[in-house]
Design a protein around this ligand. Structure first.
Ligand code: MTE
Ligand code: MO
Length: 501
């Protein structure tokens, strides 16, 4: 084949795959978003990725890791489809086989997701049919040359046809994506009043660049393994407590809402948060105390972990003794006075103060199973993350920004500090080698909530190193020793370099 013909044939393969994937995404929006071919394959890749690679991806790309993953899956697919196009130009059946194999892989990925049903194969089927139809339409059967270079079919027809296919598939994919996103915001549930409300949150400090005392829900960090968040209809949803219990039971949404609720201000943190990082947020949560649910079931004598399962099959292990030691662990249904947004676990999630999210904050919760660590493993513990995940003491400098440039004069250094369950008693700041000085603290909203802090600073021109450390109520001083986030969270003093003009 001539180089031009090869390129053209490859383009036809890419065209076929693009059309298939675009329509598959649209169909998935109606059936099951997670079954969209690219997303199904992406999720399977996430689960199959070895832990060190995953940790590297999270620390290198942060929250961009998902778009990058989807991009990689797409590029890989299109490259293979291009190969299919080239082969099809020689022998249609061989090229078509490449597409069929691709589609079979995506169908298998969709069907083997933890809670998939038969219908999850439909988007892949549609993708396959559309891709084959396009491949057939642009490749002339029984000819060695693709249609465009075969006599009789003008380049103009080829370009117009190809352009139309690309346009239509982009439109289909975009419509699918819009539908999936719109359904994420359909949450109209009435919330009960707390039987045990929280005191009003004190007014926090308002300093430019400092995190607000309560993180607005829309700014709250999101971390999960999901490429699309589950869409749960509360009418079909139930919460089951089972395993090593005397009286296993299942509650409907209304039954859960009928139970007494507590309201608490709790700061959540992700184990992947690097020193100074942004995977931390503070919110007001409303929920049923976990111990009320466990007492109702009557926990047996063998259990040492609560294995919680999300509607998509994701699991989290929480140490039973930690969750029931008197802390305000809860099955939360609201965040900052609103139903949980889809991104944060609608309709219900676990919140365990003092534990990193991967061991205590199951979103889209549907089952709490009392079991033992010897018997059952959860998603992350099976991937070698620490079994216990107490949140480490941290102080973060929010302003000035590290590596930033500011004007000389009266400035303010400010940030937040947290040590859930223990409480922050003091924050100290060190500028260059000047010794540790106490910062001023913002209001106190309890041991599970972060503390804002600030220190006025007369900044002189030059390069300065600013550090901050927290001291807990029980007197532990945060150490300088820096550890990586994995497997049990980063520790170490946040230190920034500021240039003063
Ligand atoms: N179902 C489900 N729940 C999950 C996760 C997940 O991947 N799936 N990730 C956990 C992790 S690692 C963290 S840090 C918190 C983050 O909660 P957020 O996204 O509401 O901030 O959710 C936890 N709950
Ligand atoms: Mo996390």
């Amino acid at each position: 084949m001539k180089a031009r013909t090869v390129l053209l044939s490859a383009a036809i393969g890419v065209l076929a795959a693009t059309a298939g994937v675009g329509l598959g995404h649209l169909v998935a929006a109606f059936i099951a978003p997670a079954a969209s071919p690219v997303l199904a394959v992406g999720s399977t890749v996430i689960d199959a990725t070895p832990t060190p690679v995953k940790e590297w991806a999270v620390s290198t790309f942060g929250t961009a890791d998902k778009p990058i993953l989807i991009g990689t899956v797409l590029i890989g697919t299109l490259l293979l489809a291009g190969l299919g196009g080239i082969l099809a130009a020689r022998r249609f059946a061989v090229g078509a086989l490449v597409l069929v194999v691709l589609v079979a892989a995506s169908g298998a990925a969709a069907l083997t997701r933890p809670v998939a049903g038969v219908a999850d194969a439909v988007p892949s089927l549609v993708t396959g049919l559309v891709a084959l139809a396009v491949l057939r339409g642009f490749t002339r059967p029984h000819r060695r040359e693709p249609a465009a270079s075969a006599p009789g079919v003008s380049r103009r027809t080829m370009l117009l046809g190809g352009g139309a296919v690309i346009l239509l598939s982009a439109l289909a994919a975009a419509t699918g994506e819009a539908l999936i996103r719109a359904s994420r915001t359909l949450t109209n549930v009435a919330l009960p009043r707390p039987a045990d409300p929280a005191a009003p949150l004190p007014d926090g400090l308002e300093i430019e660049g400092l995190s607000p005392f309560r993180t607005p829900t829309g700014d709250f960090y999101r971390v999960d393994i999901n490429l699309t968040v589950p869409i749960v209809d509360v009418d079909d949803w139930t919460l089951t407590v089972d395993g090593d219990v005397e009286r296993p039971f299942t509650l409907t949404w209304d039954e859960l809402l009928d139970m007494d609720m507590i309201e608490r201000d709790i700061t959540m943190t992700c184990v992947s948060n690097e020193v100074g990082g942004s995977y931390v947020g503070a919110a007001r949560w409303l929920g049923v105390p976990l111990t009320d649910l466990l007492d109702r079931a009557g926990v047996g004598s063998r259990a040492d972990q609560i294995l919680s399962t999300a509607v998509d099959g994701f699991t989290i292990s929480t140490p039973l003794n930690v969750a029931t030691d008197g802390r305000d662990a809860m099955v939360a249904v609201a965040m900052n006075g609103e139903p949980l947004p889809r991104d944060h676990g609608f309709p219900a999630r676990l919140i365990t103060p003092g534990l990193y999210g991967y061991v205590g904050a199951t979103k889209w919760l549907e089952r709490l199973t009392l079991t033992t660590y010897a018997e059952q493993e959860a998603y992350w513990t099976a991937r070698d993350w620490a079994v216990e995940g107490p949140i480490k003491i941290s102080a973060r400098i929010d302003t000035p920004r590290g590596l930033g440039e500011i004007d000389a004069g009266e400035r303010v250094i400010a940030g937040v500090a947290w040590a859930q369950q223990r409480g922050v008693d003091e924050v100290q700041v060190r500028i260059d080698d000047g010794g540790w000085r106490p910062a001023r603290l913002g209001p106190d909203a309890g041991v599970d909530y972060w503390r804002q802090w600030y220190l006025p600073w007369n900044a002189t021109p030059g390069r300065h190193v600013v550090e901050a450390r927290a001291i807990t109520r029980d007197g532990e001083v945060q150490t300088t020793e820096r550890t990586s986030p994995f497997p049990d969270g980063s520790s170490g003093i946040h230190s920034i370099v500021v240039r003063v003009r």
